[in-house]
Write a protein that binds this ligand. Sequence first.
Ligand SMILES: O=C(O)CCC(=O)C(=O)O
Ligand SMILES: [Fe+2]
Length: 251
Amino acid sequence: MSGLPRPQSASLPVPNAYGVDRVAAYDWQGLTRELDDYGCTVLDGLLSPEECRGIADLYARETHFRSHVHMARHGFGRGEYRYFAYPLPALIDELRTALYPHLAATANAWNRRMGIEAGYPATHADFLKACHSAGQNRPTPLLLQYGPGDFNCLHQDLYGDLAFPIQVAILLSEPGRDFTGGELVLTEQRPRMQSRVEVVPLRQGDAVAFAVHNRPVQGSRGSYRVNLRHGVSRVRSGQRHTLGLIFHDAR
Ligand SMILES: O=C(O)CCC(=O)C(=O)O
Ligand SMILES: [Fe+2]
């Protein structure tokens, strides 16, 4: 499969071949280790520059989206984003489906270490069924658009009781060429300690997987739980687009 957007039919199953092969080619042992050690990891070059442009160009096409958020109106920062409507464009749907099982292994291991009984099913389709049973039916993948002076305040993408603890963001613009500034920042609040930050260097097409809210950290006497937030520093010049892949549906 390639090209965006495809003619859409909500009732047709998506042939899930394209995203699976591409995602499986990464060194998931190494990525998992980084997620465990730092709460984030980068999949270099998940999308080609053409695919990045194709997705960023969707921003102006309202029919693909269910809602439009101006961050300044809500105190979320400055800039805007749109949540995709179902059915998602094929590439986005397939990537999310293909990423899920790799991340679910980590999510389940994290829950075990944090003493959380709930587990995540092996397929994204089954996890979405659980979301729907919990009254969470609305799609959460989103396209963000930042111009000069725009930024995204530290936040957590939680949209109901059911949350998948890892999400993915793909940078669609090229730093230095399309924009300057606009770094993705993660903060990690640690119990009775000062917070730790990560600034994630990304190039166009790179995907970062990171913890949505909680993750376990190995201490000298077992694991402790930290609380993460993510945001984007001020864009200094140009335009920056991001594709956000969140795995839980929203209430
Ligand atoms: O623009 C970014 O890099 C981060 C976007 C974001 O907050 C998200 O994908 O949830
Ligand atoms: Fe976010």
